[in-house]
Design a protein around this ligand. Structure first.
Ligand SMILES: Cc1ncc(COP(=O)(O)O)c(C=O)c1O
Length: 393
């Protein structure tokens, strides 16, 4: 018949809690295993197993034939010390201090009646069947050995992106210049770590994507906002500005939506070359153009010199995917690859393979065309409603 008393795990946990709470003082003897077993109505072996575990973890000492004794575990002072909710001054690094001073904005709790929150995608827009097939295909191709992959990303995905960037963005580069990252955010973090020292200036657009500004500020950069308007960043204001980096959204200024004019593009590139600065071109959603064709990237105009191109699938597939890519000059590839390896070895391999399949088969672009039509309808509905509303006022 099965014993109805506690098991060895419960006895162990109860005694452990009592020892830690000081109920059993250091040096005091525990009941003999025979006595405790009879008191609890369990087999002696059950108590012995609990004692053996406590002894192995250093809570008690048990010698053959002698009663088990409680060993000094922690002193009373340490036990009663209150938990410190915040790190003491000096415990955080300077980077940690800067982050602690800039806590993330709290997410809204209430579901608003009309949700204009930026960044989310409708779950129904995600091509679930297509993605499932691609993931299953990638799983079927897994080799027997599960090894770490190339920190720069799967070569297959980099080749597929090279072809895609040429087809869809007229951007010419070698597959070896592409580094797969865990979203634009990690791409920006790598740029900040590798191209910026604390105290160095970084130009950002005013207004600017706050997550980018936060990265530069956390890295200790001096963030210099430069006004943007209906033609994008006002590059004329950069005359005389010394900075290591400039972060720009030329195809679709965030959040104004403007396109950086060709005259300003030339000015910006000339400034970067003269200042020996890198321009980070964040091309986060250029697929969504409704009235004109997607705007060619700054990267092409500058022939890749001084420009780091940053792309993501957060707007085309899902922000939950955490997949993005950098296109950098060949000279930067080794250090970016090494930094990526140190950071997280590489981005998830299965997802990289699945994305490569979608790009190779053309399914990714078919999906973009479908979503773009859907977005255009939604945009049209919103614009009509706004016009209607202003006409009735
Ligand atoms: C300007 C800008 N860049 C990049 C992203 C995407 O970032 P991630 O690829 O890290 O999801 C967003 C998303 O909202 C954005 O607004």
């Amino acid at each position: 018949m099965k014993s109805r008393g506690p098991g060895a795990r419960q006895i162990y946990e109860a005694l452990r809690t009592q020892i830690l709470a000081g109920t059993y003082q250091t040096g005091s003897a525990l009941p003999s295993s025979r006595a405790l077993a009879s008191e609890l109505g369990v087999a002696r072996a059950t108590v012995t197993a609990a004692y053996e575990q406590l002894s192995a973890e250093g809570f008690i000492s048990s010698r053959q034939g002698a009663r088990a004794e409680v060993v000094a575990v922690i002193d009373r002072q340490e036990r009663s010390a209150p938990r410190q909710p915040m790190p003491a001054p000096g415990q955080l690094s300077r980077y940690g201090e800067r982050l602690a001073q800039r806590p993330a904005a709290a997410l809204p709790v209430d579901q608003p009646a009309l949700d204009f929150r930026y960044g989310d995608l409708a779950a129904s827009d995600f091509p679930a069947m297509m993605w499932r097939r691609a993931i299953l295909g990638a799983l079927a191709q897994r080799p027997e050995r599960l090894s770490y992959g190339d920190p720069a990303g799967s070569h297959r995905l980099r080749l597929a992106l090279q072809a895609y960037l040429w087809r869809a963005r007229t951007l010419r580069c070698e597959a070896e210049q592409i580094i797969i990252v865990s979203g634009s955010q990690q791409g920006l973090d790598l740029c900040a770590r590798l191209l910026l020292d604390p105290g160095d200036s970084v130009v950002v657009e005013d207004p600017c994507y706050p997550m980018a500004r936060d990265i530069f500020a956390a890295a200790g950069g001096e963030v210099l906002p430069v006004a943007a308007d209906q033609d994008g960043l006002d590059a004329a204001r950069l005359a005389g500005v010394k900075a290591r980096l400039a972060y720009v959204t030329p195809s679709h200024q965030f959040p104004l939506g403007s396109i950086l004019s060709i005259a300003r593009r030339h000015r910006l590139l000339a400034w970067a070359q003269a200042a020996d600065a890198y321009l980070i071109e964040d091309d986060y959603d250029s697929e969504y153009r409704y009235d004109i064709n997607p705007v060619p990237p700054l990267y092409g105009l500058g022939a890749g010199q001084n420009v780091i191109y940053l792309g993501t699938v957060s707007k085309t597939l899902s922000p939950t995917m955490r997949l993005g890519y950098l296109v950098i000059t060949p000279g930067l590839v080794p250090v970016f690859t090494r930094a990526k390896q140190i950071m997280d070895r590489h981005s998830p391999a299965l997802e990289q393979d699945a994305l490569a399949t979608l790009l190779e088969s053309g399914a990714y672009e078919r999906h973009i065309r479908r979503i773009r039509r859907r977005m255009a309808e939604r945009r049209g509905t919103l614009l009509d409603a706004l016009k209607l509303n202003s006409a009735t006022k």
